[in-house]
Design a protein around this ligand. Sequence first.
Ligand code: F6R
Length: 339
Amino acid sequence: MVEASSLKMRELVFGLPEQLAEARAIADKVDYGRGGGFGRVVAAGMGGSGISAYLIHCLLADRVPTPIIPWHDYSIPAAADRGSLFFAVSYSGNTEETLTAFRQALRRKCHVIAVTSGGRLAELAERARLPLAVVPGGLPPRAALGYLFVALLAGLERLRICRSHRADLSEAVKQMAARRRVWFRRAGIVASGLQERLPLVYSTCRLLDAVAERWRCQLNENAKVMCHVNVFPEHNHNEVVGMGAPDFIASRSALVALLDSSTGARVRMRLKNVLGVTRGGYAKAMRLESEGRSRLARMFSLVMMGDMVSVELARLRGVDPVPVARIAELKRLMAEAGR
Ligand code: F6R
């Protein structure tokens, strides 16, 4: 059973470029509504859906003048008002935090767009005649990242929050399809370095902060392990002191630094120096550089690498990457308790 299921997640991970290309064609047909001059964008979602909003934030935050706020809670920011564009992103359409945030956004008269494969969110959006981006269903939400990410990006393009990313997306798709076999071999090596160790995943530039977070989520859900994430240079002002303690962490942690061409020379120097001053505080250190020309292609090169590492680590650990029994159990318990 573990075998067949692992294979399925591996195929889904391998299929990310095709999913991104298909997502673009789907998004081109979506009516995102009219409007413009939004003061801010809020994108609310949890887990495998919410990460798409965080990736969008990291891709665009230092490129577009409109603040893009990724949000992962029941309540919405006080700044969400009638001048705000609000995305409710829930793959299943039934996540209670996202549904609650969605209802609040309607009450605040935001320009609300629902992104989902169905469920209650689709019903409510249809009933209220709201813009609705429907993505194909039947996947574990985290394996629908390509659909959700592109649905958000296309909405932002259409409502003139950002420029077109069509060329960048096709670069990403082509690169991922061409490089995936090589990356998968590399992912196997990284996964063996993480085996029986606590992964410490460090982002070294703002483009990769959400990518590090995606690594954590995928290692949690696919490989069923804990994972710690932090960002440079902030790490150098606190965590550097705690590294290697308690003692068992020192021999049982493996560090993965995610680097990009936008990682500055000073931050690269910081990484080298941190590895030096904390020597003995971790069992292994690995560096991974993003690949590609555009920011989007570079971002997704390391998203795909993290996804691959998570399925490889699941295989090494002999666990089935697909089911997330505890998430399902928690959702059931919360639903049973009522509101
Ligand atoms: C990912 C996963 C979870 C969900 C999260 C929210 O595969 O199972 O992280 O994404 O529980 O659910 P949705 O995405 O349906 O809103």
